[in-house]
Write a protein that binds this ligand. Structure first.
Ligand code: HEC
Length: 477
């Protein structure tokens, strides 16, 4: 439409975002939770003057900096690259709507980096209260980043009362923001505490005193955070838009995953409570690994569901999954999808000058006079622009398999009634000629029905009734 398309074979570009974002979300949540837990524990250790606890905490800082400041920053840039290429219009919209928010985010990111480095490299060289304060500066600035970014991802699922005339804060304080902040705050503390727990289980075998200190203090962080994840998640669920609730209810996989998050958080809570919290001395590598995996599972599934239920939008009621502004759909349906996009029109002008009118628009009658190969080519362009954000031609969510054994009427009906077939698809944004070309292209990809089946899978043929197929099969025998 407004930008060139990006085709990622077999996998679709948005799945690439999902891959990078999943890694990034774990790292960045750990950066926030780890900052808070480290600052809290270092302050506590200074207060009770516990030298061994301080030495132990110090062993964490270098890894912490490498993971969060270096790896976190690289994957963060990776996300900008992929969302900019895969969902350019949605990215552009979010940049414009939240321009001041992004500016604040970058300021706090710089503060985060500087304080993290001072915290690590000036360890032992600063007065205890100054050192602890630097730790808290890191923790607070990282937490503000979490709050800012979460307001933006929350906006994607529910824009609330925001309209383009209203300012950024009206977008930021949408019904999803507070629940998502709570859930993510919990997840960040959960990941950090379970990581330290895991580390201590392996590394502190010969330090019983230190171990029991870590057990006691870290299990408290862990329990509090599991409770936060549950409360934030439940509040989130109560607040989601109806379409998201229906998407969740209609997808059995998502239902199971939702149940899993609550289950995993509850299991972590009770295992920590009845295990190390009530019975100190009970820190063992097997359980530490299990807690850690449960924490990862709860966080990962939570983020997955948050993204999954947003369809058909990237920004709710504002930008569709195929990068069209909701407000421009009626115009595209009237004047044609190819005609409405800067790049699609330029492509047509360059490739097929003979179908252009003198005033530079596409003459749709001439489009149907093109040779079949060219019609298929135009159908492909329509597919890439209109469907490629959620479907590949072959592979992940491949259109070849989704339409396996379908006849022309079925494909054409779904193309022109996408949102009626499944409410989580955006509506068809083109005209009838374009629908015909896209249908032709999809049929050229569509897999035939698996052979050897004895009911009406006869594709597009006129003799496609059940009896005919069975009769033909019998004859072939
Ligand atoms: C916002 C994402 C999104 C976009 C854009 C989108 N779809 Fe879909 N579509 C889906 C999802 C999700 C499903 C369910 C897929 C599944 O079951 O694997 C689906 C299912 C389908 C099916 C199978 C329907 C059925 O009832 O079995 C067809 C056919 C289809 N889409 C065609 C298209 C075409 C053609 C386009 C472009 C004009 C398109 N879709 C654009 C998300 C999308």
């Amino acid at each position: 439409m407004h930008y060139p398309w990006w085709y990622v074979p077999n996998f679709t570009a948005p799945m690439l975002i999902a891959g990078i974002a999943t890694i990034h979300v774990f790292v960045s949540l750990y950066a926030v939770g780890g900052g808070i837990v480290l600052a809290g524990e270092v302050s506590h250790a200074y207060r009770i003057n516990d030298k061994s606890a301080l030495d132990y905490l110090r062993t964490h800082t270098l890894f912490f900096i490498l993971l969060t400041v270096v790896f976190g920053a690289i994957t963060g840039v990776g996300i900008w690259w992929t969302i900019g290429l895969a969902s350019p219009l949605a990215t552009e919209s979010l940049i414009h709507i939240f321009v001041f928010g992004w500016a604040m985010e970058y300021v706090f990111f710089v503060i985060e980096i500087v304080s993290a480095f001072i915290f690590h490299y000036y360890w032992g060289r600063l007065a205890p209260n100054v050192h602890a304060t630097v730790g808290w500066i890191y923790a607070v600035s990282a937490y503000i980043s979490l709050v800012l970014i979460t307001g933006i991802t929350a906006f994607q699922l529910d824009i609330g009362n925001w309209t383009p005339e209203k300012g950024m804060w009206s977008a930021f304080f949408n019904p999803q923001t507070i629940p998502q902040i709570l859930a993510r705050s919990g997840a960040s503390l959960l990941l950090a505490s379970l990581y330290i727990y895991l580390h201590a289980a392996f590394k502190l075998k010969n330090h019983p005193q230190l171990r029991s200190l870590i057990e006691n203090r870290i299990s408290k962080w862990g329990m509090a955070s599991a409770a936060l994840v549950t409360a934030g998640g439940a509040w989130w669920y109560v607040n989601i838009p109806e379409s998201a609730r229906s998407a969740l209810a209609g997808a059995s996989a998502l239902n199971i995953l939702t149940a899993l998050i609550f289950l995993a958080s509850a299991v972590v809570f009770f295992m920590l409570y009845f295990g190390p919290y009530r019975h100190p001395g009970w820190l063992n590598p097997g359980f530490a690994i299990l807690y850690f995996l449960l924490g990862i599972a709860a966080t990962g599934t939570g983020e997955f569901i948050r993204e999954g239920v947003r369809k058909p939008y990237i920004v709710y009621n504002y930008v569709t999954g195929n990068n069209v502004l909701v407000s421009e759909i009626p115009k595209l349906q009237a004047t044609g999808y190819l005609n409405g996009g800067v790049w699609t029109k330029a492509y047509m002008r360059q490739q097929y000058p003979r179908v252009m009118t003198t005033d530079g628009n596409i003459d749709y009658n001439k489009l149907l006079e093109l040779p079949t190969t060219d019609q298929l080519r135009v159908g492909e362009v329509l597919f890439q622009y209109h469907c490629n954000d959620c479907h590949s031609t072959r592979g992940f969510s491949g259109i070849d398999r989704l339409t396996q054994g379908w006849n022309k009427d079925m494909v054409s009906t779904v193309v022109t009634h996408l949102d009626k077939a499944h409410f989580f698809m955006p509506p068809w944004c083109g005209n009838d000629t374009e629908a015909a070309l896209l249908t032709k292209y999809i049929l050229s990809l569509s897999e035939p029905a698996p052979p050897g089946m004895k009911f009406s899978y006869a594709g597009d043929s006129e003799d496609g009734s059940t009896t005919d197929v069975i009769a033909r099969e019998e004859k072939n025998r």
